[in-house]
Design a protein around this ligand. Structure first.
Ligand SMILES: [Fe+2]
Length: 400
């Protein structure tokens, strides 16, 4: 006997395997679904109406919703809900006698939480220098064509917040081509692709607009805390590194915050609640933002660290809290630079150091000598990293 063919279409463009329902029960405003493995899902009648494909709910061409909530009416009532021979859900509506078909495999993916933002992505794992040993490395020699290299990079970035793509070509501008394999880059007043070129300027030289373009040490920090939402990720491409010194550092802020909360709760409280004003000085620009050093942006489990002291300008807290907040800040930065938390390594030509700019603190030792040191950088927002990561993991059937 032939298996019944499903006539259901999903409200998106992904493929869903058949996953026949065992029952559908209409009760009040909800249709209660059950599968043979006892997974259940309660579907509100308006949600079902919104997700009815091709019948005023979801547009066939765009697979986007068409229903303005102002047009949901009281008489959009489910008159019957049954499971058809293919195991899909059939709903009949009281108001217009229309019949909607729902793909049981798609419904199951909702019941199984595969629709949530953290699905199709690995979990974040905090690390210390001992637990991780060294920064994860991926061969990037063919990253422009090789989806596996991009997938591996993205999964390291979500899990550990950092990864070095090694053996990359050393031509200027390559970084933009690589980033565009993931998504659009995030522009700023430094440009979409910016240079860290140490031999063009010294501290105090009018030619430079950033401490990054000097040979000075840069303690552990995160870029652009002057923005409401700082760039999610930063890629730094080493084109040449012949300078003496200039080792790079990475510290996992997630582990640092865990340790602060556990061992120094008063300092954590001050860093988490008291505000500072971050301020970009520059001709024609006036970026500024007020926020705590440890900033949990809405919807994120991983803290955003606003730790770039060159642009931290003013305490914005009660006068009596300023001294204690400085003490907490001193502790935070001392811990961030401890070997227990900080990886230190030398970038060589062809390395692209990629990291979560909001979770991971990056820095570099001072460097001297006549040797050239030239890096190019881009910012790319978290949305792009996570979107591409989900799409590639989904195609590979990973991290559901
Ligand atoms: Fe930086």
């Amino acid at each position: 006997m032939n298996k019944p063919v499903s006539e259901a279409r999903a409200p998106d463009f992904y493929h869903y395997d058949a996953n026949p329902l065992s029952s559908a029960l209409c009760e009040g405003d909800f249709v209660h679904l059950r599968w043979p493995d006892d997974t259940t899902l309660a579907c509100h009648r308006y949600w079902l109406r919104e997700n009815s494909v091709g019948q005023g709910g979801i547009d066939i061409a765009t697979r986007e919703g068409l229903l303005d909530p102002a047009h949901l009416t009281d008489d959009m009532i489910v008159s019957s809900a049954v499971v058809d021979d293919a195991g899909d859900l059939i709903v009949e509506w009281a108001d217009d006698a229309q019949r909607s078909v729902y793909h049981a495999g798609w419904l199951y993916h909702v019941a199984d939480n595969q629709h949530r933002p953290n699905s199709w992505l690995p979990d974040a794992r905090a690390w210390t220098s001992e637990s991780i040993g060294q920064v994860p490395r991926v061969n990037g020699s063919a990253a422009l064509e090789d989806d596996d290299a991009i997938l591996s990079l993205l999964n390291h970035l979500v899990t550990h917040g950092a990864c070095v793509l090694e053996n990359s070509p050393t031509r200027e501008g390559y970084l933009l081509e690589l980033a565009q394999r993931i998504g659009p880059v995030r522009d700023s007043n430094f440009g979409a692709l910016w240079d860290v070129l140490a031999d063009v300027a010294l501290a105090g030289d009018a030619k430079t607009n950033s401490t990054a373009n000097t040979g000075l040490r840069l303690g552990p920090h995160s870029d652009l805390p002057t923005r409401e939402i700082p760039p999610g990720f930063q890629f730094l491409h080493c084109l040449v590194n012949e300078a003496e010194g200039g080792e790079s550092t990475l510290t996992d802020g997630a582990a640092l915050v865990e340790a602060l909360e556990r061992d120094h709760p008063e300092a954590f409280e001050l860093l988490y609640t008291r505000h500072w004003i971050f301020f970009n000085r520059g001709p024609g620009i006036d970026h500024r933002w007020s926020a705590p050093i440890i900033d949990y942006l809405p919807g994120s489990d991983v803290p955003t660290l606003r730790a770039f002291y060159p642009v931290r300008a003013f305490p914005a807290m009660a006068t009596e809290d300023i001294g204690r907040s400085y003490d907490a800040l001193r502790l935070f930065h001392r811990l961030a630079d401890k070997p227990e938390f900080e990886l230190k390594f030398r970038l060589t030509a062809g390395d692209i150091m990629c990291f979560d700019n909001r979770r991971i603190l990056h820095g570099r030792d001072a460097f001297t000598g006549s040797g050239k040191r030239h890096l190019q950088g881009v910012y790319i927002d978290r949305d792009e990293i996570l979107s591409r990561g989900r799409a590639l993991n989904r195609a590979a059937g990973l991290h559901r």
